[in-house]
Design a protein around this ligand. Structure first.
Ligand SMILES: [Ca+2]
Length: 259
């Protein structure tokens, strides 16, 4: 009996010793960043590029209130491939692949010592803050100037010139809708949603982290763009899929920062 007791005590001591060692080896959690924790819709976190970030209920990230702009994208020195239509520096960066969007987030993370990334598909859905069929509700078309889609403003000379070499007849536009901008618009040109975010619907499709549910080898983009008029693309559930090296003049991104 004594021998067994001694063994038990010994085993217990060994276990305690291991536990102590493990406790000593535990990596302490990163200190919480007060600037990220205290951010709100009224007082967003503002980073070194002047980008504003707001919380989204149901997620542990702050969302940039706008799509990444041409000027912000160019800061990283990754090279910007401008589309064939005119853009200003405050328009959303487009022609950006998923790989490039990821590289840009990695560059910003390194620069600031924070974890920037694309939103997951689920986080992006949470950011919409609505369960209605379309971001604006159930009606069709959207109320004029809701966001930058392909409205009647597209049926002008600029668009015809852009479509040179293509059949203009194949360009669809949304009947009964106008939004002032033929191609991309300056980010934040239209009203923000309830969480203070702009252009979640329209302007540029936004890359997310996730794989597309049906496009093999593709990543998912959300939100529709200046070039969209179809119900399924403007729907809250609208998802576009492209390979990670897919480059489109309507494909951009927005980033989030982890708290
Ligand atoms: Ca438009």
């Amino acid at each position: 009996m004594k021998k067994r007791l001694a063994l038990t005590v010994c085993a217990a001591l060994a276990a305690a010793c291991l536990l102590t060692q493990c406790a000593n080896l535990t990596i302490p959690p990163a200190p919480l960043d007060p600037a990220l924790l205290s951010a709100s819709k009224e007082a967003p976190f503002v980073n070194s590029l002047g980008m504003k970030f707001v919380p989204v209920p149901g997620t542990n990230v702050l969302f940039c209130t706008t799509e990444t702009t041409v000027a912000q994208y160019q800061e990283a020195g990754l090279g910007y491939q401008p589309p064939r239509f005119p853009q200003e520096s405050n328009h959303p960066a487009v022609n950006v692949t998923w790989d490039e969007a990821k590289a840009w987030c990695a560059w910003l993370s390194q620069r600031e010592g924070k974890k920037y990334r694309l939103a997951t598909d689920a986080e992006w859905s949470a950011a919409q803050g609505t369960s209605s069929t379309y971001p604006w509700g159930e009606s069709w078309p959207p109320p004029n100037n809701y966001g930058n889609y392909m409205g009647q403003e597209a049926a002008v000379a600029e668009m015809k010139a852009f479509m040179q070499g293509h059949s203009y007849a194949t360009v669809g536009v949304m009947a009964g809708y106008r939004d002032r901008h033929v191609f991309t618009a300056p980010v934040g040109s239209y009203a923000a949603n309830g969480y203070g975010m702009y252009d979640l619907g329209g302007n540029a499709w936004e890359w997310c982290e996730d794989a597309h549910p049906t496009v093999a080898g593709g990543s998912v983009l959300r939100g529709g763009s200046w070039g969209d008029y179809a119900h399924e693309n403007l729907a809250s559930s609208g998802r576009y899929g492209l390979k990670p090296d897919g480059r489109r003049n309507y494909g951009g991104f927005r980033c989030v920062v982890e708290r």
